[in-house]
Design a protein around this ligand. Structure first.
Ligand code: IDP
Ligand code: MG
Length: 170
């Protein structure tokens, strides 16, 4: 009886954990847009099984990008980074799924493409750190901040993909 109750609680707990599907902020940078890589990048996240929650096509201002990269304001490459990121349109997105922040970073590959493994987006699609085609949040906390910076609450769409039961076992 006691064992059954413990098992039931454990099962409920693991279901709750599985349904704690976090969100991450992913953005195709201006070089990714100019080079026609948007579809290919979206396809990677779609075919992995993650759920698209929001997306837009926008040309961001230097002011907005300074906020986005505020943590890097003291770095020598900061002015060049802001100029690069505001040099053309970008595709900011929100993706949702189990461990999507960490897995998203793995899918992106290392910041400098010379160190990114083959098979990752940066490993396969770019050469230099200053033109590394994609951004991805590095923690759940920064994802939340970035999502709020780029999207209004009403732009985050709640929906259930028809295939969900074929992506997750519980
Ligand atoms: P991340 O994008 O992998 O999270 P961060 O260290 O947060 O890497 O840097 C943000 C972005 O700044 C990088 O994606 C890259 O575009 C740019 N960056 C980082 N380090 C350098 C550098 O040494 N030279 C030029 N650009 C850099
Ligand atoms: Mg970063």
């Amino acid at each position: 009886m006691v064992i059954c109750s413990v098992l039931a609680i454990f099962s409920l707990f693991s279901k709750a954990m599985a349904s704690a599907r976090e969100r991450t902020f992913i953005m195709v940078k201006p070089d990714g847009v100019q080079r026609g890589l948007v579809g290919k990048i979206i396809k990677k996240f779609e075919s992995k099984g993650f759920k698209l929650v929001a997306m837009k096509f926008t040309w961001s201002s230097e002011e907005h990008l300074k906020k986005h990269y505020a943590d890097l304001a003291g770095r020598p490459f900061f002015p060049g980074l802001v100029k690069y990121m505001s040099s053309g349109p970008v595709v900011p997105m929100v993706w949702e799924g189990l461990n999507v922040v960490k897995t998203g970073r793995v899918m992106l590959g290392a910041t400098d493409p010379k160190d990114s493994a083959p098979g990752t987006i940066r490993g396969d699609m770019c050469i230099q750190v200053g033109r590394n085609v994609i951004h991805g949040s590095d923690s759940v906390e920064s994802a939340q901040k970035e999502i709020n910076l780029w999207f209004d609450q009403k732009e985050l769409i709640a929906w259930q993909p028809a295939v969900e039961a074929w992506v997750y076992e519980d």
